[in-house]
Write a protein that binds this ligand. Structure first.
Ligand code: XMP
Length: 435
């Protein structure tokens, strides 16, 4: 890896990733590290040209104000402090929050004039570097990968296919909580079009069996995550000569689990936690990338636009949108209404505008009329939100005629549903998903 790097030290700012992205947008690579990094750790990082100490409101841990390791000031690397008072040579980002140009210029001047960093960070270099690194790491060994069909796992597969071709073995586990047509699309694109070595496992009955009667959201997430690992493990045991596990880990996953000030809201689902006797070495070629960079990487690798710009889909799938204890008929109502929503958003051009949109079916019924008789059926709730980083979100004000058309179709086409609602809640106080 040849690119220059600007290190951001997290001294309790909310804006670390914004800053890192801004620097990368200048064509200079940037990573975020904990405030207490040592000089030795700094020296082990490649091509560090400058350090920005990024202070902010989260700088008190257990009642004590945190600070950087004082030795780093003598590490011989240019340093500035941003966004807090104890600055050496302050940019004071917070002071200029309305003056984006000023911040940009201050950062730019530090990066290029003071640190003399070279703007050599771009996707073509990244892809070529990664292909080289993957080949070097893996040699002629085999890599196993759980392909969900989401953006991250799809881009990793495309990258690994370029680097090692048929030495990549993909496993797609259908947990029965996929969107309509989704597993079929994974098979079509990766197996049929890209010729990937793909094992398809339909584990629907197994997952729905385990989830039967379980209403608590966190328990559901744990069951889905745990079962996913067990199914994947069983497939892995059937295969011979696998040394590596490929993962679609991206930079926010690393930053979020690595900061000292973050609070957990929901447990997220991932392929970790394989048993000890099945320990693989990890191949995580996207671990440096933000989501927009992952998409750019996918396009650079020639993946179709729709796949790369797909809306996010949670690991536990429709399981967290079929509220409470999952039943097959209610799950079907979620899946069918979601398909209608996606179709209508595409027709209206909203699929390119809205960040995430889906339907939710609660585990209670309401009274209605159908064919002149009393009905007692479920409601469907539509949710459509916009966000930059999923930490906060606002709702999309979808036009009434579009909502009315979707409502009409859901009421006509989805079984056991007599009411459609629109979720008006931003995050906070709500979260994007309902569970
Ligand atoms: P919340 O509901 O926490 O969701 O506001 C933020 C974003 O994360 C997605 N999400 C998940 N993604 N595994 C994932 O990979 C999960 O367990 C999970 N839970 C929520 C959610 O769809 C939204 O985009």
């Amino acid at each position: 890896m040849k690119q220059d790097m600007i290190v951001i030290l997290d001294l309790g700012s909310h804006e670390n990733t914004v800053l890192a992205r801004a620097i990368r947008a200048l064509g200079v690579y940037s990573e975020i590290y904990p405030h207490d990094i040592t000089v030795k750790e700094l020296n082990e990082l490649p091509n560090v040209k400058g350090i920005i100490i990024n202070g902010g409101p989260n700088n008190i841990i257990d009642g004590i104000e945190i600070d950087v390791n004082p030795d780093i000031y003598n590490a011989g690397i240019p340093i500035i402090a941003a966004g807090h008072d104890k600055a050496l040579c302050e940019i004071k980002l917070s002071q200029f929050t309305n003056d984006v140009e000023h911040i940009k210029n201050a950062v730019k001047s530090f990066v290029f004039d003071t640190c003399k960093a070279e703007a050599n960070w771009n996707m073509t270099n990244f892809v070529n570097d990664q292909i080289e690194l993957i080949k070097r790491q893996v040699g002629d060994k085999k890599v196993l990968l759980a392909l969900s069909g989401g953006v991250d796992s799809s881009v990793v597969v495309a990258l690994l296919l370029k680097a090692i071709g048929d030495k990549l073995v993909c496993v797609h586990v259908n947990h029965g909580l996929m969107r309509k047509g989704e597993s079929e699309a994974v098979i079509e694109v990766f197996k049929n079009q890209l010729n990937a070595n793909l094992i398809y496992v339909d584990a629907t009955d197994r997952f729905l069996g385990k989830l039967s009667g379980i209403a608590d959201p966190e328990e559901k997430r744990k069951i889905i995550g745990g079962e996913f690992i067990r199914v994947f493990e069983e497939e892995a045991r059937k295969l011979d000569g696998i040394d590596y596990l490929g993962q679609g880990t991206i930079y926010p996953d690393i930053v979020e689990s690595g900061t000292k000030t973050a609070k957990m809201v929901k447990s997220h689902h991932n392929v970790g936690g394989l048993p000890d006797d099945l320990k693989f070495e990890l191949v995580e070629p996207l671990r440096q990338l933000f989501k927009d960079e992952v998409r750019a990487c996918g396009l650079e690798l020639g993946l179709p636009y729709e796949m790369v710009y797909r809306q996010p889909f949670p690991g536990p799938g429709l399981g967290v949108r079929c509220l409470g204890a999952i039943t097959r008929d209610r799950l079907e109502a979620v899946r069918e209404s979601d398909a209608i929503l996606r179709e209508e958003f595409q027709i209206a051009g909203l699929d390119k505008k809205v960040w995430q949109y889906f339907t939710v079916v609660p585990d209670f019924k309401s009274v209605g009329v159908r064919d002149n008789a009393r009905s007692f059926e479920w409601p469907v709730i539509i949710r459509a939100v916009n966000t930059i980083d999923a930490m906060t979100a606002t709702i999309e004000p979808v036009d009434w005629p579009i909502l009315m058309k979707i409502t009409d179709r859901i009421l006509k086409e989805v079984k056991n549903v007599n009411r459609v609602c629109y979720d008006m809640s931003p995050k906070p106080n709500a979260t994007i998903e309902w569970e």
